[in-house]
Every structure is written in C-alpha cells, then in structure tokens.
Design a protein. Structure first.
Length: 229
C-alpha cells in the first residue's frame, strides 16, 4: 500500500490502494481484497480515516469489511450500483454512499470525478495536482519514459476490457476528456505499483493519448481533435 511499510500480498487482480493524508482527515483510494490486523493498525497509525473511494466494481470485493473495520463511508458511483452482490448490512448503519454527480468533494481538497469509460461510473480522484486513475486511464509502459520520445508515442490507453484488449469507442473517450478537462494535474497514479507518471504536461499527455487512440481506431475526423489543453 505504501513505500513506508504497507502490505505486499497480492490476491486476484493485485491492485494497490493509495492512502491520501490531508489535514481534514485521510482518504483511501481503492482497496485491496486482503485485510488483516497489520493493515488496519498501519492505516490508523497515519491518522483518522474519513472515507474510502472505490474507482470501479472490479475492486468492490471486501469493501463492506473495510467499512466496518474503520467505521467510514464507502464512496462508489451510482451508475455502477447494479454490480453490488451483497446487501449493505455488515455495519450497523449503511456504509455505501453513491456518487451521482460529475464531481463530489470527499473531504476539502479531495475530489472524486466521474469519468466513465471502463465502467459507466468509473471514477478518478484528484488531490492537489495528483490524479488517481486506477485503470480508468490505463498507464502503458511507454508512458513511463519521458526522454527522446518519438512523436505519436502514447502514455495511456482507454479500455472497455483490459484482459480482452477491447478498446473504448471515440465518443466514450471524448466524454472522459470532457469530464476531467476542467481540472489540472501534474501526475497520475494507476492501479498497480509503478504506474506513476510525473511530468508538468501530464494533462496534455492524457489528451494526446486519447487522440492517438482515436486516430488509430480510424476516426481521424472525430470532434476530440478540436480539444486543446
């Protein structure tokens, strides 16, 4: 979970969770399936946890157990509520808070943004100029290298199904851009350890990658090519 001494066990997909520490309380972005006393103690040692935000249904797994362990709300997208496979009865009071708006403040300075795409309600999370993307935007290997990049080198892909390699359509990609365009960021942090891109023009790299994908899907005249940042 954290360079300073988190949990390294992997289960199922093997995604990571990111703990965001703020003066208003901490926020956990996504979660891992495995939850033990060591994990609970570590998170509590970093200060009060105010909320957990889950990017999309692939990471729902043990979210109700996490909510009970920390007595915090779980924020997920209302668009993806049909993917819940258990009743919200693990804790004495309901834990799920469904996000219906395009942008929702979790705590001051931390904003959940509904980008859609991978799932209709797929979320990203903005803190300062750091954008937590899970696999709403998929960080690709060429995105991790910033020197002597040939023109047309992509940094992200935008996928409906990642293991089946089914890309999103141009209208869906364009809608994702419109959702995040009002915001500024200089780094993205993806679903797995090592998927971190830090560069002053990181926002531009997202739009550039969208245009590259739409172009190679055969839609060179699509409206996304009129977008700038």
């Amino acid at each position: 979970m954290d360079k300073s001494g988190g949990i390294a066990r992997q289960l199922a997909i093997g995604q990571r969770a990111i703990l965001i520490e703020t003066p208003e309380g901490n926020v956990l972005w996504d979660l891992i399936t495995y939850l033990d006393d060591k994990t609970i103690e570590f998170i509590k040692s970093r200060g009060p946890l105010r909320a957990i935000v889950i990017s999309h249904p692939h990471y729902y797994t043990t979210h109700l157990e996490w909510a009970r362990a920390f007595s915090v709300p779980i924020y997920t997208s209302a668009d993806d509520a049909s993917w819940f496979n258990r009743a919200d009865t693990v804790s004495p009071t309901p834990s799920r808070h469904l996000i219906a708006d395009t942008a929702t403040t979790i705590v001051p300075g931390v904003t959940a943004i509904k980008a859609g795409g991978h799932f209709p309600g797929s979320l990203v999370l903005l803190w300062k100029k750091h954008l937590m993307i899970a696999d709403t935007f998929v960080t690709v290997p060429s995105g991790l290298y910033h020197h002597d990049r040939p023109p047309g080198t992509t940094s992200y892909s935008f996928m409906w199904s990642i293991p089946n390699m089914i890309p999103l359509s141009p209208p869906e990609i364009h809608a994702m851009w419109k959702a995040v365009a009002p915001y500024e960021w200089e780094s993205t942090h993806g679903a797995f350890v090592g998927m971190d891109i830090r560069r002053p023009d990181c926002k531009r790299a997202v739009l550039e990658s969208m245009k590259i994908q739409v172009n190679y899907e055969g839609h060179a005249g699509h409206a996304i090519f009129s977008e700038e940042c």
